[in-house]
Structure formats: C-alpha cells, structure tokens
Design a protein around this ligand. Sequence first.
Ligand SMILES: [Zn+2]
Length: 437
Amino acid sequence: MALKKADLILTDIDYVLTMDENLTVFEKADIVIRDGKIVDIGKEKKNEYFGRTVVCKGKVALPGFVNTHTHAAMTLLRGYGSDKPLKVWLEEYIWPAEGKLVSYQFVKDGTELAVYEMLRTGTTTFVDMYFFENAVADVITEVGIRGVLSTGILDFPTPAAKTPDEGLAKTEEFIQKYKDNLFVYPAVGPHAPYTCSPETLKKAYALAEKYGVVYHIHVSETEFEVQTVKEKYGRTPVEHLDSLGVLSSLTLAAHMVHPTEREIQILADKGVKVAHCPESNLKLASGIAPVPKMLEAGVVVSVGTDGTASNDDLDMVGEISTASKLHKGVRKDPTVVNSRQALLMATRWGAEAVNMGDKIGSLEIGKYADVVLFDFTKPHLNPVYDPYTQIVYSAKGTDVDTVVVAGQLKVLEGKVLPLDREELLEKANFWKEKVLS
Ligand SMILES: [Zn+2]
C-alpha cells in the first residue's frame, strides 16, 4: 500500500480526548494533519502516512482551548492596583494608566506578552475586546494564533475613537479587511448595556448582523450594573438588551453574574452564548454566576479569563479548575460542572460560543488541527484513572508541552517557538516604568 502524504503526524499519544459529540477517547493513537486540518485520527494511523513526525508518548491530546473573553493587552497592567475596591481600582489605577498609555505600540507589546502565555498554557483561540485591535491582528498574523477581535465601543471617548460612531466605522473597516482570514476573526464589541446607549447597542448589532460576526458584550457583571440599568430603563440588563433586539446566536455575553430566572430563559430562547469568567468575578468581588442553572436551561456556557488586570493570568486550565470547584461549593453538590463539562466549556462549547463550532473545538477529521498535548510523564499527574479529571483537577496550564495551531507547531517541549522570551520581558519592564512615571 502506498503511503499518503501528511504535513505533520502526532504519534503514540497516550489518550486523545477528542471532545466530539460522543466524547470519543482514543488510546495509543495518532493524529494526522495536512493543509492545516486533521485528515485522520485513531489507532495505527501513522503506518498509512509519511511526513514530519512528532512522537507523543506519555502525552494527552485535547483540542486547543478557546478563551472566550479577554483583554489581551492588559497584561501590561497585570497586578497593578490589586486588592482595591472596584471603583478605586478603575478610577485611580486602570483608567488613568490606559488614558495615558494605550496606543498601537502598547497594545502590540501587551498582546505579545499575552499570546506567549496563552500558547504556553494551551490556548489556541482567544476572544478579545480592547483598543487598537489592528495591533492585536498584527501580533496574531505574525505569531499564528486565532483571535476573535473587537474594538471596545463606548459612549464616551476612548483611546481608539472619540465617538461610538467612529468606533463602529473603524470596526466595519476592520471586518472588511479581515473577513476571510485564517487567524483573525473580526467581531463587534459594544462594551456593556450601562456604557452604551440603546442607539449605540442597536447600531452595533446591525453591523454584527450585516456581516454575521460575533456581538461581544459585557452583561450583568456587577450588581451596580444591574441597578444602573434598572433605574435608567426599568428593566434588568438581559431584558433591556432583549427589548432592543440585540440578543441572538451572534451574541456573546461576558460574565452574566446576576441573571434572574427569567433572564436565563431569555438567554436560552435567543441562543445567546455566555463567557463565564469565574476568577475575575471572584477577584473583583462581583459575585458568582449561576452556571449550573444556565447549563440546565440549555445555555451554551464557555469560559474566559478576562484581562490579566483582574485575574491575574490567562491560564485556561486554572480557570476551569476554579469554575468546576466553585460551583460545586456554591451548590453544595459535587456532581455539577464535572470535569467533562469543564473541558467542554474550554473547548467545543467555546468554539460554539463564537460560532466556530464547524471549524475548531474538537479533534475530528475535517476540522482545523488546533491541538494541545499535556505531558503526563510528570509525577503530579500520576497515576491516571481518568485523564479528564486529571487535567481539570491536577494539571497546570504549564503542563502543556506541545501546541499546534492550524497544523503548525507553535509550542514544542514547552518552548513557545514564535516569540522571544527575553524580548518580552524587556518590553514588559519598559511599560512598567511608563505606568509608574
Ligand atoms: Zn472584560
């Protein structure tokens, strides 16, 4: 039998957790990649192909993580003004620093630092909302990680636009530039129901609908927001957005900490996706999102780290571990948000949250080869009774050893290939001096 050509063959993987509909697991299996996609997967596949081979003995493969809510460039403000009340933190630390420094170069350098950490810990797609998304797109294009990118649109002037209309015009330009890109997926990013007028929210939605892109918005993050929206519009945040007609399967609502039963039903009925950000919600003392209730109602719940100024890392393994344990504790029920659901939130459901479920989120023939391999030869990951629980409860993001994005090796033996570590540290310290001066 003639051998078929492959670009990359990952062989002898201890366990492949495909995260497909049936949660298929292959043991001692191979993943065959050609033209950026998975062309074969399973036992003894390596014997049918020739091409670059990476032996993955002792490793566990998963789809790359999808971080569905972050502000990547905020790595440069990591740890700045921590442990303060939210209002003090924002008004005395974050906003003044951003107002003074946020620029193309700030965002580019901050995003590089973020992308290093994300790749190192197994994230292959991230959903961003910040300013100067062209800088984020430039990093993504150079490095080769996927990003769903939106410029934050607010009713007051931002570093990127003086008015919301200018923000929307820039967003449309950005969508047109990147609409068929392999790595950059444009989105529309109205900041929140309390920072955007009904008019801005509706215009932003019309733009998302016109191009069929994600409508990425913070919703029901704090009690302050719920109160403000109620006072202003006589409705809770989800009801308010629903009355404006901006809730659909295009809508990705970040946080969703304080929804009522009725609001959860609206989310389910409208097919709205949620980006759950437990560590940020805990650190900023915003509260705890009712994730088990949302899952029971049939809402697609994914996981985001939020920016590193409020987390303070981009490690999706830590995030799902927190999520899983948090909801067990709150519900006094150890069966909720189990390890399989936690990993689904970080993979397939994350892909579905940004309407990329047909492209990524599981390891299946025909999907992009976005693959993460954990090194299970480490003592703290043994013995292995169940690889799912081991990743969620025992592993750290840094146990990721190999990362492939669109068939290209980006991390090998823990080394992030496209980025220079020393250079990143220099840039981080350069910006620290600027923030403090
Ligand atoms: Zn956020």
